[in-house]
Ligand binder design. Structure first.
Ligand code: FAD
Length: 597
């Protein structure tokens, strides 16, 4: 049975020593987040994830969800009780403003807890994760009476949320969507249509399910300009919050799928279901983007989380599995063979995953803290700069963390040899679960296009220039510190590659957009490498500061410095390959006619 231990110490090191969370104490909710409180929250989250959710991960995978003839869906044994514990612990609302029933703590804490939950049980974590996304969209765009009706129950975890975009003929291209909304005399709408692949669309863990649904109001323009967003509850809600009749929305079937079996992926049929407009008519995509951006960061965290749990298990296995002898001489003479951790290729695998995980966690936290600035600061300049950061880094976090996270689960599986292919050992579940994160919430190719096609040029390139300036200034600042030489020199080269790639797009993609399309995925990963490298610089710097007085913790900080060097030596050089690919442009890629494929 796979193990999981939440990386609380690593998280606290990032919060306290790398990002100095105390510097954010001017933001609402941060003063309350004392070191003691953060320690207690993370400790409790770790306990819940390790003791309750981890054992249910395999149960969920084996049992899956079951749809009954009457349309009800039951979740795997133990999920409902675990959700009850999650609700009683108030976990959904820890970062939601107090006026809506939350605790108002930094949203960085929610990202941390979500990482732990996704490592422990990704299929389970999607139920509260989607609820948090729906809450965010309602807070920003819903009318006060809708907020009052839905938010308190959702924040308390009594009701859950979903996002309904996809239709059979309409995935990436939302302009194609056909679900209709007919306006009623009382101001509500009747929603009719079919949505597919709706995560957590129907289940037995909450009293009500609040669907956020994209639909086209009768007579609205075709394409994305005619899409509106509606809140459509499973059970209609009285003014006092009590529930009345079942609305006209039912689960038609659930998908048999590769992974995340514990999460119900539903076909949802809307047959004149009563819904209420969120935000303005025909501005539904704008409103849904609040949820989509939240979800994209959340999905990036899923990639990291699967990579982390796969690493932990592979590392344990590599220390125990005895095969062969070390190239540099026997290491375990009392045993019939050495543990496979002695082999350099096994080490290379583990170091590659670890060097990603620790920097990816930092990248998520850095961005979550910037998210808190964007949403909570009273300084407009600070808010704008943090918002730029979020816009730029969201597709990078979604695309890079899930592509690499999946690749890492495969690498971890490889360390088990044939045993990794056998279900009983649990590691193949991580591979299957991690795979979806590359696909949903905008497939990763679309994330890359979002980065290159929309985010780079936005506001005259303000966000990307600010990122370059921040990283460049940091490297310059640290260039006189001998301890930082192994990090500053390679990062300066890598940043140069990213700047050259950006320049290349500016010169070659305006007139020929296929050049941007063909290079977008390489660019996203080049960006990711630089962002992760920057995180390693900051981690190494903090480790250097801690070491002189570290005493018993010195091995931990030394390990950080070794892992940082590994990243610089073995992983960051890939920026050169990515740049070279981008600079070849689209000609060869586009040369063959479509019927040659
Ligand atoms: C398990 C699961 C859970 C899901 N949960 C939800 C949910 O809760 N709510 C919801 O609304 N949806 C959900 N989805 C749907 C998911 O978000 C979509 O599958 C995804 O957005 C891609 O749409 P599609 O499958 O129609 O692929 P398509 O849009 O048909 O894309 C196919 C391929 O073509 C590429 N492509 C498409 N257009 C372009 C372009 N313009 N440029 C370059 N490449 C392009 C894509 O990157 C992709 O690789 C879920 C899907 C699954 C499998």
């Amino acid at each position: 049975m796979p193990i999981y231990k939440a990386p609380v110490d690593d998280t606290l090191f990032l919060l306290n020593d790398v990002f100095h969370i105390e510097r954010y104490s001017n933001l609402p909710g941060f003063a309350e987040a004392s070191p003691d409180l953060i320690g207690a929250v993370l400790g409790e989250a770790a306990k819940f994830c390790e003791e309750v959710l981890t054992p249910l991960n395999r149960v969920g995978d084996k049992q899956g969800c079951k749809r009954h003839d009457d349309g009800r869906v039951t979740t795997p044994a133990g999920f409902k009780e675990a959700f009850g514990q999650l609700r009683d612990g108030g976990w959904i609302g820890i970062s939601i403003p107090e006026e809506f029933g939350g605790q108002g703590l930094p949203s960085a804490l929610t990202q941390i807890v979500n990482e732990y939950m996704c490592s422990a049980n990704m299929a389970f974590a999607m139920y509260p994760g989607l609820t948090q996304g729906a809450i965010a969209a309602l807070i920003v765009h819903a009318a006060p009476e809708l907020k009052a009706k839905y938010l308190p129950k959702m924040v308390a975890g009594e009701w859950t949320g979903t996002m309904n975009l996809t239709e059979p003929h309409c995935g990436t291209d939302l302009g194609l969507l056909r679900t209709k909304a007919a306006k009623q005399a009382d101001g509500s709408y009747r929603i009719t249509g079919t949505k597919i692949f709706i995560s957590a669309g129907e289940h037995d863990m909450a009293d009500n399910i609040v669907h956020l649904v994209l639909a086209r109001i009768e007579g609205a323009p075709a394409g994305t300009k005619g899409i509106s967003l509606f809140v459509v509850p499973k059970f209609l809600v009285n003014d006092d919050g009590s529930l009345r009749a079942h609305n006209g929305v039912t689960c038609g079937s659930i998908e048999e799928k590769m992974g995340i079996h514990g999460n119900a992926t539903c076909v949802m049929n809307y047959d004149g279901a009563q819904g209420w407009l969120i935000g303005e008519e025909n501005r539904g995509l704008n409103a849904m983007f609040v949820m989509m951006n939240e979800a994209r960061l959340g999905v990036g965290v899923q990639g990291l989380a699967q990579s982390e749990v796969a690493y932990q298990n592979a590392a344990l296995y590599a220390r125990e599995r005895l095969q062969g002898r070390s190239l540099s001489g026997v290491k375990a003479p009392d045993k019939p063979a050495d543990p496979i951790i002695v082999h350099p290729d096994v080490r290379r695998t583990l170091m590659t995953i670890r060097a990603f995980n620790e920097a990816a966690r930092a990248l998520v936290l850095w961005t979550a803290l910037r998210g808190d600035v964007a949403h909570r600061s009273d300084d407009e300049t600070e808010r704008q700069s943090a918002d730029d950061h979020m816009g730029l880094l969201t597709p990078v976090i979604k695309g890079v963390l899930t592509d690499t996270g999946f690749a890492n689960t495969v690498m971890a599986q490889q360390l088990y040899g044939g045993h990794g292919y056998i279900a009983e050992n649990g590691v193949e579940q991580f591979v299957r679960d991690a795979r979806i994160a590359q696909i949903y919430e905008g497939a990763n190719g679309i994330q890359a296009l979002d980065l290159v096609g929309r985010k780079l040029g936005r506001d005259g390139g303000r966000a990307v220039m600010s990122f370059f300036n921040e990283v460049g200034a940091y490297l310059k600042d640290k260039s006189g510190d001998d301890r930082m030489k192994p990090f500053v020199a390679p990062m300066t080269v890598a940043l140069g590659h990213l700047q050259q790639a950006t320049m290349w797009f500016m010169q070659n993609a305006m007139a020929k957009p296929d050049n941007a399309g063909a290079g977008a995925t390489d660019y996203m990963h080049l960006f990711g490498l630089v962002a992760l490298g920057f995180m390693w610089c900051r981690i190494a710097d903090a480790a250097n500061e801690k070491l002189p007085s570290a005493n018993g913790s010195a091995p931990r900080y030394n390990a950080k410095l070794v892992t940082a060097r590994f990243f610089m030596e073995r992983m960051l050089p890939e920026t050169a390959t990515r740049l070279a690919r981008i600079q070849t442009g689209a000609d060869t890629t586009m040369e063959l006619p479509a019927d040659a494929f």
